[in-house]
Design a protein around this ligand. Structure first.
Ligand code: ZN
Ligand code: ZN
Length: 343
């Protein structure tokens, strides 16, 4: 299966006769709700009635014009949950009425990276909301291999966090951090908060650095501690903010032989000397999304076991689809995660 075989990746997956609502970016900074044809379900696809879609930094980057979508108007959103309305003829294990979350990175499953289990490095990966149309719509189609059934009656605020929580859990896995250790998390936006939550559930002591008081307060309510200005060094660092200079600042608090995991995507060159990295014996780990299927499977298990108790504890604001412009504008400074309620 290649990305182009996926129904959701086809140029025209729409059924012309029925229309549904979708939020589209018409130009940088401007969203509107329009009617689009209902997507039609290919034999390997699932048609999903969406219940909610979360917003994150990469959606905001496209919204602000920092990242270019393939075309305009463009449907954003990749953190989605809903229930199955129709499963294609070749689909097994998914049926109408089932609650699901979508794994929105459709890797090819056939290249060397995919065969080695490193699907995040797949060159043929379709990224929902970035390279194929997104999930801010009443109905979407997704290839069945990337649709995960979940236990019924989980709250939509928890389920919209499944995808970004998987990003956080994959970063934690790649760091190799063990229970009982301590770390610094830079940034308490939604990714930073989900990472704090995952690390604390793993038995790690988390110190957090975040200039926004409301976000810092939310990180504290999850069990993290504000980084004291005492110069103490920590064995692990997770940089989630993507803010210029944040990684360099964090590295100054990283102990010798420490591990720094990079998740935030600042584009400016680093101001670090190789000598400092060598002398400190620092391991740098770039952590991009997650690997299919193991990382998502783990998140679904954690959701159902309620560890952490509520992924949705990182959610601060929900908006109706009609208020999508307001939601995107508010998301940059919101105290927690923002989501669009599509129910
Ligand atoms: Zn995201
Ligand atoms: Zn691949």
């Amino acid at each position: 299966m290649t990305a182009s075989d996926h129904g959701a990746a086809n140029a025209s997956p729409w059924r012309a006769d029925v229309t549904v609502r979708a939020a589209v970016l018409t130009e940088p900074g401007a969203l509107s709700v329009v009617s689009v044809p209902e997507p039609s379900c290919g034999p390997g696809d699932v048609l999903i009635r969406m219940r909610g879609t979360g917003l994150c930094g990469s959606d905001l980057a496209v919204f602000r014009g920092e990242r270019r979508p393939p075309r305009l108007p463009w449907i954003l959103g990749h953190e989605g949950t809903g229930h199955v309305v129709e499963a294609g003829g070749e689909v097994s294990g998914l049926h109408s009425g089932q609650d699901v979350v979508i794994e929105p990175d459709y890797c090819c499953l056939t290249c060397d990276a995919c065969l080695a289990g490193r699907t995040s490095a797949c060159g043929g990966r379709a990224a929902v909301g970035l390279t194929v149309p997104g999930l801010l719509s009443d109905y979407v189609v997704a290839p069945a291999a990337f649709v995960w059934p979940v236990a019924p009656r989980l709250a939509p605020e928890d389920l919209v966090c499944a995808e970004p929580a998987t990003v956080a859990r994959a970063a934690m896995r790649r760091s190799g951090i063990a229970p009982g250790r301590s770390c610094l998390v830079i940034g308490a936006g939604s990714q930073g908060l989900l990472l704090c939550q995952a690390l604390i559930a793993h038995g790690v002591t988390v110190f957090v650095q975040e200039p926004n008081e409301a976000r810092l307060g939310r990180a504290r309510s999850l069990g993290a501690t504000a980084l004291p200005p005492d110069g103490r060094e920590l064995p692990y660092l997770f940089e989630t903010s993507g803010a210029r200079g944040a990684l360099e600042q964090g590295l100054r608090r990283l102990a010798r032989h420490g591990t720094a995991v990079l998740i935030g995507m600042d584009t400016s060159p680093l101001d670090i000397s190789p000598r400092d990295l060598v002398a400190g014996q620092i391991t740098l780990v770039g952590s991009l999304i997650y690997d299919h299927p193991a990382d998502f499977a783990q998140t679904v298990r954690a959701l159902e076991a309620r560890t952490p108790a509520r992924l949705g504890a990182v959610v601060s604001d929900g908006y109706a689809l009609e208020d999508v412009q307001k939601a995107f504008t508010a998301a940059s400074t919101a105290a927690g995660k923002v989501w669009i309620d599509l129910s």
